[in-house]
Design a protein around this ligand. Structure first.
Ligand SMILES: Nc1ncnc2c1ncn2[C@@H]1O[C@H](COP(=O)(O)OP(=O)(O)OP(=O)(O)O)[C@@H](O)[C@H]1O
Ligand SMILES: [Mg+2]
Length: 308
């Protein structure tokens, strides 16, 4: 659905993106993660046909970004990282403006505007001035704008930045809804937790280089040669500690009250053996959790080149 091959962008002497290859399948939510200045917006603007590549090529929905920009624009809903100012425009006029630009027939425009406003929970602001909206509302309006022409692909540059936690949850729910509607979504962020629960795949970019990309579970597995276990018992934590410490591959065991936090290199069979011995020791074992690394862990280990 989205394909980039050898994309690079130089600004004068400065190379913002070196050479980037990326493939995003239809129906995926792809999280594009990287710190400030990594090259996310540069790559996104290229896909949105707003920036010329210094090298390489890209295609969206089967259309070449540089050779068929009009077809790409019809296929993409793009949400920029900055919201433009539209003096004296009302919410519905703002959406109507884009609907006209996308050549949506007059007879359908009112209905569509109603639908997208409903989707972003702004129906009650239909006749308000855009300038008078709060930042979070502007953000949601901007998201509504990307949906007006019902594109199969959404490219969203930090859609949740500057939003309060409640608005963030709203945006998240909305993105999930859009995925259910069959959209392919590329979303950038430097807030990792924002993407963790709903991205199907991620790419990590730093200083114009894609350090890693793929399905989120495979990325987790790749960076994960050791596991963190959260073990809790009702009594005799010292016995639990002794049992666990006897296993091969244990890196550390931390005791906190009646809980153990264990770092260990092992596989599923190894975990099963520990679990069985703990149960048989009759310590009131009620929790044995193999903790998922957080996206922060992934990001830190990848960007520092330290894979632990
Ligand atoms: N028009 C421009 N002229 C010169 N340099 C630019 C231009 N646009 C971007 N850059 C540089 O290219 C690099 C990548 O910028 P980009 O906006 O793509 O980063 P980003 O990953 O989107 O960062 P952020 O998280 O801050 O939005 C930065 O070092 C930036 O300073
Ligand atoms: Mg950016």
């Amino acid at each position: 659905m989205i394909e980039i091959s050898g994309f690079g962008k130089d600004y004068g002497e400065f190379t913002a993106v070196e050479s980037l290859d990326l493939k995003i399948e239809a129906g995926e939510i792809f999280g594009f993660i990287g710190p400030n200045g990594a090259g996310k917006s540069t790559t996104i603007r290229f896909l949105a046909t707003l920036l010329r590549a210094s090298r390489g090529s890209g295609s969206v929905n089967g259309f070449d970004v540089e050779r068929n920009p009009m077809d790409v624009r019809r296929s993409v809903g793009y949400m920029p990282d900055m919201f433009g100012v539209y003096d004296g425009m009302r919410v519905w006029e703002f959406l109507d403006f884009f609907a006209v630009a996308y050549q949506i027939p007059r007879t359908q425009r009112q209905r569509i505007i109603g639908e997208v406003l409903e989707l972003v929970d702004l129906k009650h602001k239909r006749n308000d001035f855009v300038n008078g909206l709060s930042r979070g509302m502007k953000q949601r309006l901007c998201l509504a704008k990307t949906l007006v022409h019902d594109p199969p692909v959404l490219i969203l540059d930090e859609p949740a930045s500057g939003l309060d936690p409640r608005a963030r949850v709203l945006v998240k729910e909305l993105l999930k809804e859009l995925q259910r509607m069959g959209k392919t979504i590329l979303i950038s962020s430097h807030i990792l937790t924002e993407l963790a629960d709903f991205c199907s795949s991620i790419g990590i970019i730093e200083r114009g280089k894609l350090l890693m990309n793929g399905p989120i579970d495979i990325i987790y597995r790749q960076i994960r040669s050791h596991r963190n276990l959260d073990i809790r018992v009702l009594r005799h934590v010292e016995v639990a500690e002794q049992i666990v410490s006897g296993y091969q591959g244990v890196r550390s065991v931390e005791v906190d009250g009646l809980s153990l936090l264990v770092e260990i290199d092992t596989d599923e069979a190894g975990l099963e053996a520990i679990l069985r011995e703990l149960v048989e020791a009759n310590l009131g074992l009620y929790c044995f959790a193999d903790l998922e690394p957080s996206l922060e862990d992934v990001f830190m280990s990848v960007t520092q080149g330290i894979v632990n």
